[in-house]
Unconditional design. Structure first.
Length: 261
């Protein structure tokens, strides 16, 4: 099995322990020799990175977990680079959400004016990372978990030479919720899912290849699983769509209600 090296930009993120757990669970499929966790916040890096090191040590996985504040150290020689950063920190998110409210518009971190502001801060940093990868790890893959994922993926693919994938956990989360609702294993459920990042819809739900969209929609509309999409959309919207919207579409379908909230 080929040993791989992974660089994590934003290693102090609260997502990191889940990432490390994923590598541990799949150690028979993925032989990871080194994970280099980079973050600009030394305090967060020490706390989250220390936990990651203890997790690996406890199960006896021979993976070296390196902590650094130097970005190039995480990129050099990496086979995969995972980006999970928030440019501007939570203070930036606070502004993204509050400034639009002064103009009667919803502020949200991935869509609308808030998402666009986040994109303006984040895309230059992501392109810097991509250009450094072109020099330090030209054959690696960049897997991005940073929002707004769709805009960043477009920028990376148009303005850099790196091989990049934009990742969003919304589809798999919705599939798992539907599987739980139906009382079956997730592998038995398939979605006809379309859209981009947080602007997306489930057009059809299949259980063992059979269309069960009507059954799932009935449970959502009837209230048994009203919150399944991530928001309790009203019956009129769901009946008109005959699809299951991503929860983030609440900001468009129920904008006045959400704005008041």
């Amino acid at each position: 099995m080929t040993e791989i090296k992974v660089g994590v930009i934003g290693g102090g993120s609260s997502y990191t322990p889940e990432l490390i757990e994923g590598f541990i669970k799949r150690r028979d499929e993925l032989s990871v020799s080194r994970i280099t966790m980079m973050d600009i916040d030394q305090g967060r890096l020490d706390i989250v990175g220390g936990l990651a090191q203890r997790m690996v040590k406890r199960v006896g996985v021979e993976t070296e977990v390196v902590l650094t504040t130097e970005r190039r150290a995480a990129l050099e020689g990496a086979d995969f680079v995972i980006t999970q950063l928030r440019v501007g920190g939570l203070e930036g998110r606070d502004k993204d959400e509050k400034i639009p409210l002064e103009f009667g518009i919803i502020g949200q971190e991935t869509t609308g004016p808030g998402g666009f502001a986040m994109a303006l801060r984040t895309i230059p940093v992501m392109l810097d990372i991509a250009h450094e990868m072109e020099d330090l790890s030209p054959n690696s893959w960049l897997i991005n978990f940073t929002n707004p994922s769709g805009l960043i993926a477009e920028a990376l693919n148009e303005r850099s030479q790196v091989r990049a994938i934009g990742l969003c956990n919304a589809p798999i989360t919705l599939r798992n919720r539907i599987a739980t609702l139906l009382g079956v294993d997730g592998e038995r459920v398939r979605l006809d899912y379309f859209g981009l990042n947080h602007l997306s819809w489930i057009r059809k739900v299949y259980l063992n290849g059979q269309d069960v969209t009507g059954e799932v929609l009935a449970k959502i509309i009837g209230g048994e699983a009203a919150e399944l999409p991530g928001y309790a959309f009203n019956e009129r919207v769901l009946q008109a769509l005959r699809m299951i919207p991503n929860g983030y579409l609440q900001y468009y379908y129920h904008s006045d209600k959400v704005l008041n909230k």
